[in-house]
Structure formats: C-alpha cells, structure tokens
Write a protein that binds this ligand. Structure first.
Ligand SMILES: *[C@@H]1O[C@H](CO)[C@@H](O)[C@H](O)[C@H]1NC(C)=O
Ligand SMILES: *[C@@H]1O[C@H](CO)[C@@H](O)[C@H](O)[C@H]1NC(C)=O
Ligand SMILES: *[C@@H]1O[C@H](CO)[C@@H](O)[C@H](O)[C@H]1NC(C)=O
Ligand SMILES: *[C@@H]1O[C@H](CO)[C@@H](O)[C@H](O)[C@H]1NC(C)=O
Ligand SMILES: *[C@@H]1O[C@H](CO)[C@@H](O)[C@H](O)[C@H]1NC(C)=O
Ligand SMILES: *[C@@H]1O[C@H](CO)[C@@H](O)[C@H](O)[C@H]1NC(C)=O
Ligand SMILES: *[C@@H]1O[C@H](CO)[C@@H](O)[C@H](O)[C@H]1NC(C)=O
Length: 408
C-alpha cells in the first residue's frame, strides 16, 4: 500500500510540474522588452517603423516621429527637440554646416551617403522627456538604387489612374508657384500628351485609360532653393497595373475576445491581420482604448503600440501591430481595447478585453498544496492500514481507502 501511495505521489508530482510552469508564466515574461532608459531618465519609445530611403545630393528633412502626438497632448510651447545620431552619439547639427534644425525637424542640405544611420529625436519639457529613433539610408544616385528608393503605387487597368509624388510637404508647405515634374524613362510627361496630366497645385499625376504599358518606374520632383542654392528633390515610384479593382479584404485573425493577464505584469497583445495573397494591400492597422488613439489615451506611454511587423507566410501577407502594457493595471480591466483595420474597400474592428488571471493564481496554490495533501493521504493510509490490522474486516478498510482517493 505504501509503495502504491509513493508511486501515485511520484506520478502526480511529475504530471503536475508542467502545469505549475504555465500557472506561473504571466509573472515571468519570456522576452524582456523593457524600454531602454537613456541618460537623464528619458523614456525611449522605440524605433519608428518608417524608414527614410533617399539619394545623395538632395535635401532630406527628418521629422521627429513622436512630435505629432506630443503637440496634440501638450499645448505647451516649452518643447525642446534635439537630435543625435546613434553611431557617433554626437549631437546634430553640431559642426556640420549642412545640417540644421527648423521647427524641430532636422534638415540635411544636401544628404551624403555617410549620413546614413539611426537618428534619435529627444523631445522634452521641464517635467517630461521621451525619445524615438528613425532610420535614414542615403543611396548613390544610380539606377541600381531604384528598387530601394521607390515607393510602390497601384493603378487599375482601363480606368483613370492617379499617382502621387510622395513626401514633399516640407518643400511645398508655405510656398506658392511650385510645380511637379513627372518623368517616365527620362521622358517628361504631361506636356502636350493627352495620356498624362500633372494636376496643378497638387502633387498628383493623372493617367488616362491605364494600359499594361504604364507599369514601371516613374520619377517626379521639384526644384527647391535654400539660402541661394538650388536643389532638385526627386522621388521614384514603381507603378504596378492591377487587372481589375480587387484589393483583398483584410481580415483580423487575432487577438481573442478576452486576454488573461496578471496585474503588475507586462503584456503584449498582437493584432494580427491577414492582408490577402500576393499583391500588397493598402491596409492600415491601429489600436484604440475607449475609442481614443493609444498615444492620446496614454501620454505617459504605459500602454503603447509596438512596431508594425509585415511578413509573408506561403505568399499570404500579414501585418501585426502589438499593444504593449508595461505593466497591466486594474484600470485596463475596464477599458475597451479595439484593433481596427481599414483598406480602400473595408473597415473592420475587433474588440478585446483584459481579464485578471485569477485562475492561474488560485491554481498554483492548489498545485503547491497537492504534494502536501498526498503526504497526509499516505500517512493517513498507513495509519488506517495499521489500525485495521488490529481489527477484523479488512474489506471495510479497503473501501475507505478507495473513497478517500476519489475525494482527492
Ligand atoms: C510636459 O509635458 C507633459 C506631457 O505632455 C505634461 O503633462 C506637462 O504638463 C508638461 N510640463 C510643462 C512644464 O509644460
Ligand atoms: C544604437 O547603437 C547601439 C550600438 O551600436 C545599439 O545597441 C542600439 O540598439 C542602437 N540604438 C538604436 C535606437 O538604434
Ligand atoms: C510658414 O508660414 C507661417 C505663417 O504663415 C510662418 O509662421 C512660418 O514661419 C512659415 N514657415 C516657413 C518654413 O516658412
Ligand atoms: C482604353 O484603351 C483601350 C486600348 O488600350 C481601348 O480599347 C479603349 O477603347 C480605351 N478606352 C477609352 C475609354 O478610351
Ligand atoms: C548661406 O550661405 C552662405 C554662403 O553661401 C553662408 O555663409 C551662410 O552661413 C548660409 N546660411 C545658412 C543659414 O545656411
Ligand atoms: C535639377 O534638374 C534640372 C532639370 O532636370 C537640371 O537641369 C538641373 O541641372 C538639376 N539641378 C541639380 C542641382 O541637380
Ligand atoms: C475607459 O472607460 C472605462 C469606463 O468608462 C474607465 O473605467 C477607464 O478608466 C477608461 N480607460 C481609459 C484609458 O481612459
């Protein structure tokens, strides 16, 4: 009987061990992604998903990625924005006469290949400070750089296609009389050609009755003068012609409706969206808390959106935008979190709520007590057994043992 008890106890303990592990899991995050605390206690909010891919010899303007949400949440004029380059740690502009800061944006006039790297923007006032980094890569001005520096755009066969010359607002803002030149295979477009029309006062090019031959590389740009020097600003576009209007409808695949978490622990909820097969879609994915953007709902950054991750699995495209809690607090249990995806043809949201993981905490208590109760059981069994030896009716004792096992 004693040996039987020991065998049962040993197997129970063995079987319980993995569960004990999962019971404790929320308290030990598998990957530690704690925000890096930079010098002077400044919160590092991560790398911005956007990358600036530019060509040498042209002006480049880097905007502080976090400035927008900052300007919305604090009307404070006492903002101080500073830039530094990660590799050297040196402040920019510094001694570089090519660089200058204007309205918090870093101007590089003109950019050189050696300016490539990670730039960190620090925004602070008297009581708050945060930092975010962005990446700049400056390519040689050759055709080989085109695949890196081109923006993909899509037009549809036999319809009117519209292209946009991207990211020029720094150079057109506050200015009049600018016009965009469009080129395809170094031929100027929109002159006396009925096929293309450069829309005045905008950055757009209209293509009439799109044909398959309209696919390929386009370039567009404008002239820009600064302190008496003229620069050209060029953007490249890779145009893809779609057979017909059929952008796949994105589908949110996760998260689940409720997420279990322990108060005080870190939590990441990824919003995973299936974007369709093949062609890249124009979907945007973001999180809200009580129908407010995360940046506005949590200016302190306790809850934040992590970096977007776009990837393909068997030619199926996915995008994942994580919502990061550092840490989970009681208020989160009453907050309505939604992941939203929009594309040109659809809009979809999925709501998720955070629930306190009480099951795992009580469960781990039971697990902790289980071996102890087994010991009592075994001792009890031995006592009963001994006691019964001195009394007649062994059958009775066996039934008692059986029922006590069932109780357990
Ligand atoms: C600094 O910014 C934070 C966050 O927006 C704000 O709460 C605080 O009032 C600001 N402090 C000053 C002195 O402007
Ligand atoms: C800055 O550079 C260091 C060392 O090269 C690297 O560990 C760190 O991740 C970089 N920081 C950013 C924000 O890229
Ligand atoms: C743009 O215009 C506003 C007001 O019209 C002015 O305050 C600002 O300095 C101008 N910015 C630039 C870059 O010229
Ligand atoms: C568009 O071009 C195709 C041939 O490329 C032609 O058959 C069709 O009639 C044109 N449509 C219009 C509206 O011009
Ligand atoms: C403008 O250019 C002149 C000479 O070309 C230079 O001395 C001056 O520092 C420049 N000013 C700015 C603001 O870059
Ligand atoms: C800007 O583009 C024009 C027209 O393509 C060209 O004539 C001029 O030399 C270019 N200027 C610079 C500084 O590259
Ligand atoms: C969201 O709303 C709930 C209930 O109205 C409230 O308890 C909670 O604090 C709100 N959360 C945020 C982040 O404002």
């Amino acid at each position: 009987m004693f040996i039987l008890c020991m065998v049962i106890m040993a197997t129970s303990a063995f079987a319980l061990r993995p569960e004990e592990h999962t019971g404790k899991k929320p308290r030990i995050p598998l990957v530690s992604v704690r925000p890096l605390m930079a010098a002077r206690n400044c919160q590092f909010r991560g790398k911005h998903f956007k990358k600036y891919f530019r060509v040498e010899g042209e002006p480049v303007v880097l905007r502080c990625p976090q400035a927008r949400s900052w300007l919305q949440t604090s009307a404070s004029p006492n903002l101080n924005m500073m830039w530094h380059k990660n590799d050297s740690g040196r402040m920019v502009p510094g001694e570089e006469t090519r660089m200058g800061v204007q309205d918090g944006a870093l101007w590089i006039l003109p950019a050189l290949q050696r300016d490539s790297g990670t730039y960190i923007c620090t925004v602070r006032n008297a009581s708050y400070c945060d930092e975010m980094s962005i990446e700049l890569r400056v390519f040689e001005k050759t055709e080989a750089s085109l695949p890196f520096t081109s923006y993909p755009q899509i037009v549809t066969l036999s319809t009117s296609g519209l292209l946009a010359c991207p990211e020029l607002s720094e150079f057109t803002h506050n200015k009049t009389g600018w016009s965009i030149q469009w080129y395809k295979d170094s031929a100027l477009l929109g002159q006396d050609n009925k096929k293309f029309l450069s829309l005045r006062g905008t950055t757009r090019l209209l293509i009439h009755n799109v044909s398959m031959e309209d696919a390929g590389y386009y370039s567009c740009g404008l002239a820009f003068s600064h302190n008496g020097t003229r620069y050209n600003i060029t953007r490249h576009i890779k145009v893809h012609v779609n057979q017909k209007e059929e952008e796949p409808i994105p589908v949110i695949v996760s998260p689940r409706k409720t997420i279990l978490a322990s108060l005080g622990s870190r939590l990441t909820i990824p919003c995973k969206v299936f974007l369709g097969v093949g062609i890249k879609s124009t979907s945007l994915v973001w999180w809200t808390a009580n129908d407010t953007s995360i940046d506005n709902a949590y200016p302190g950054g306790r809850v934040s959106e992590g970096l977007d991750k776009e990837y393909s699995e068997n030619n199926e495209n996915y995008i994942e935008v994580p919502l990061v809690f550092d840490p989970v607090i009681r208020e989160d249990l009453n907050t309505d979190f939604k992941c939203t995806v929009t594309s040109r043809m659809s809009f979809q949201t999925l709501r998720t709520t955070v629930k306190e993981d009480t099951v795992s905490s009580t469960f781990s208590w039971e697990i902790a007590l289980a071996p102890l109760s087994l010991v009592f059981l075994v001792l009890g069994g031995i006592c009963v057994h001994r006691w019964c030896k001195h009394r007649p009716g062994k059958g009775y004792s066996l039934t008692r043992m059986k029922t006590s096992y069932e109780d357990f």
